[in-house]
Ligand binder design. Structure first.
Ligand code: NCD
Length: 309
């Protein structure tokens, strides 16, 4: 039985290396099974509730698809306006209500620490699908799964993370899960959007090499993979600050030509202007394969949390 049974998924740093390896293995088994069958019956009778207080396309839909591929059901709070949140209900009251109807909750909320608050308030497992500029641990696991699949290994990799490293919850979670594998990181950002100091320090303590720079061509030409991110406009209190940094880094054909080598490109999406659509046909552009992997990884997590793997 999985060590994740009954557990919350709140932070990228909560997993042991062994747990990460088990999640990857389980996800890959589900990927194979879905080649033979459209859906499985492992979670028949179980209900997942999705509670999204911020926009989402991939995360919510891939969680819902994952639950349904496992034979389970899904209930969703349509929108904040259509629920009692609009009448002033607190987050924990809403969560306690949902916990009466479902076996597991997936929550996305703009406030950092909100998923933990909900997890403390309810007795069923809670999965953090993004808490403000905090964490996004299930995205990190699907990113890791994608990196292993695209590059064939997680050992001795050089990885460039670029864009909004200050506010990007995907990169905050990804470095945590990657830190078990002795990665060399290039953190590429405008000065205003640097990776929080304590994260860079912790990565070094965990034995990773960290190089901070604003030179994307240099970093990418020394890396196996570039992880691009969107500048998180919604996290800026002052939009004139956003105007200063928007469009800082753009991957287009001209950029790829300058690298003089093939590189793998990931992006959690949505993109604004940071990857030109002309790059989509480039063999190393893996971001559409990456989003598909989200279903397999979320299937693995749901099956493990609900004690069926
Ligand atoms: C990201 C998110 O919501 O944090 N998207 C995702 O979950 N795939 C990235 C973003 O919004 O920039």
């Amino acid at each position: 039985m999985s060590s994740l049974k009954g557990k919350d998924i709140l932070h990228g740093n909560q997993f042991s290396k062994k747990e990460i390896e088990t999640i990857i293995k389980t996800a890959s088994e589900f990927e194979k099974e879905l080649k033979k069958k459209d859906s499985l019956t492992l979670l028949r009778g179980k209900i997942l509730a999705t509670l999204f207080f911020e926009p989402s396309t991939r995360t919510r839909l891939s969680f819902e698809a994952a639950m349904q591929r496992l034979g389970g059901g899904v209930i969703s709070m349509g929108s904040v306006e259509s629920s009692s949140v609009a009448k002033g209900e607190t987050l924990t009251d809403t969560a306690q209500t949902v916990a009466q109807y479902a076996d597991v909750i997936v929550i996305r909320h703009p406030r950092m620490g909100s998923a933990k608050e909900v997890a403390d308030a309810v007795s069923i497992p809670v999965i953090n699908a993004g808490d403000g500029a905090g964490q996004h641990p299930t995205q990190a696991l699907l990113d890791l799964y994608t990196i292993r699949k695209e590059l064939g290994t997680l050992k001795n990799l050089s990885i460039t993370l670029v864009g909004d490293l200050k506010n990007g919850r995907t990169v905050h979670a990804l470095v945590e899960v990657l830190s078990h594998f002795g990665v060399r990181f290039y953190f590429v950002s405008p000065d205003l959007l640097r990776m929080p100091e304590e994260v860079a320090v912790r990565m070094k303590e965990k034995g990773c090499e960290v190089i901070e720079t604003d030179d994307l061509v240099m970093a990418a030409s020394k890396s196996d993979l570039v992880y691009m991110t969107r500048i998180q406009k919604e996290r800026f209190a002052d939009l004139s600050e956003y105007e200063k940094v928007k469009g800082s880094y753009i991957i287009d054909r001209e950029f790829l030509d300058r690298l003089k080598k093939k590189i793998t490109i990931l992006h959690p999406l949505p993109r604004v202007d940071e990857i030109h659509p002309e790059v989509d046909s480039y063999p190393g552009a893996a971001y559409f394969r990456q989003m598909r992997n989200g279903v397999f990884v979320r299937m693995a997590l749901l099956a493990m949390i609900l004690g069926k793997r």
